[in-house]
Design a binder for this molecule. Structure first.
Ligand code: P6P
Length: 338
């Protein structure tokens, strides 16, 4: 991409997508508008997250969501913000949210577009009250149904058919990271301008890293193979760059973002408590899997690629091993060795 016409501020998210769209034959402005709406929702959520302590948005609503998790006020706000920013634009025909039991239709007063959007509006909400990074995750598919109304089947598509995926991490800075099948690119919000500017073009992972990220508090309920794999990572072996360092934030977006930028492996294995793992396929594992594969990494259930899993229901969970290709392969090899 020709960088000569960058302003002193560099590439905004909109300009970047527009330039790329021009390179994609048959691309329409719909994609650009869809991303603008997601980015606007991210800016609004970032603003509230950064002042949550002051805006009386801390704490929870006393309700629980479809996952049985306590719903934090910011969860509700983030979910409503995304729906509000996306429903009127005419790019989306159906949405799915971690916070809503069923697919979210577009009100009849608005036109329906050709995209289906699934999202986790605020991942890591249990960390809201302790000022640890949280995030929004999104996944974009094209509608496949042909009737008058889109249907659940439009949401239940395998990750391999995603046309785009991304996340917004609300941390020491707010970053928008996405792929539309042409590499992974990171943008950092300049709050004084209200724009995301390209800060991490063409993100790629090393073959192996030096960090593993898993909740070792679950060791007692892990299968023996998982216990063996984690013990192996901690066993000194200078030639193999071990022991790896342990890092675990407890927010998928934050743990994944570090893994994407530094390499290594994040895992939320299946265990005796969570037979199918804890993380959700449609709006957590699948979008992160598209991103990591585009960055040269890998994402597995432990028995096969995340992107090949065909969903059977909206909020299904899946075991997740994701990160540097060599580290994920080591995990797969070790967990099945015992
Ligand atoms: P645990 C946050 O609640 C979340 O859904 C993910 O963001 C995170 O990776 C995981 O759960 C943490 O789960 O059981 O380690 O607290």
């Amino acid at each position: 991409m020709d960088n000569t016409n960058q302003s002193e501020y560099g590439w905004t998210l909109e300009r970047f997508i527009l330039e790329r769209q021009r390179e994609i034959p048959g691309a329409t402005g719909e994609f650009t508008q869809l991303f603008q709406q997601i980015a606007l929702a991210g800016k609004i959520i970032a603003s509230r997250v950064n002042q949550a302590g002051l805006a009386g948005l801390l704490g929870h609503t006393g309700k629980t969501n479809v996952q049985g998790e306590v719903v934090q006020k910011l969860d509700v706000f983030s979910n409503q913000t995304l729906i509000h920013c996306l429903e009127a634009g005419g790019q989306v025909c159906l949405m799915a949210s971690e916070e809503v039991d069923d697919p979210i239709p577009i009100p009849t007063r608005y036109p329906k577009g050709r995209y289906v959007l699934a999202f986790d509006p605020l991942d890591g909400s249990s960390n809201i009250d302790v000022n640890i990074s949280i995030g929004t995750i999104f996944s974009v598919h094209k509608r496949v149904s042909t009737g008058n109304e889109p249907s659940l089947g439009d949401c239940l598509q395998p990750g391999r058919t995603q046309v785009a995926a991304g996340y917004i991490v609300y941390g020491s800075s707010t970053m928008f990271v996405f792929t539309s099948g042409d590499g992974v690119h990171g943008f950092t919000l300049d709050p004084s301008v209200g724009e995301f500017f390209l800060s991490h073009p063409d993100i790629t992972l090393p073959e192996r890293g030096k960090i593993y990220s898993v909740n070792e508090g679950n060791e007692a309920v892990w299968d023996e193979g998982v216990r063996d794999w984690v013990r192996w990572l901690k066993t000194p072996d200078k030639a193999a760059g071990k022991p790896y360092s342990s890092r675990y934030v407890g927010t998928l977006v934050a743990d994944f973002h570090r893994t994407l930028l530094k390499g290594g492996v994040f895992a939320y294995p299946a265990d005796k408590k969570n037979q199918s793992g804890k993380l959700r396929l449609l709006y957590e594992a699948a979008p992160m899997a598209m991103i990591v594969e585009q960055a040269g990494g890998a994402a597995s259930t432990g028995t096969g690629p995340i992107l090949d899993v065909v969903p059977t229901h909206l909020h299904q969970r899946v075991p997740l091993y994701i990160g540097s290709r060599g580290d994920v392969q080591d995990a797969i090899d070790r967990i099945h060795k015992s």
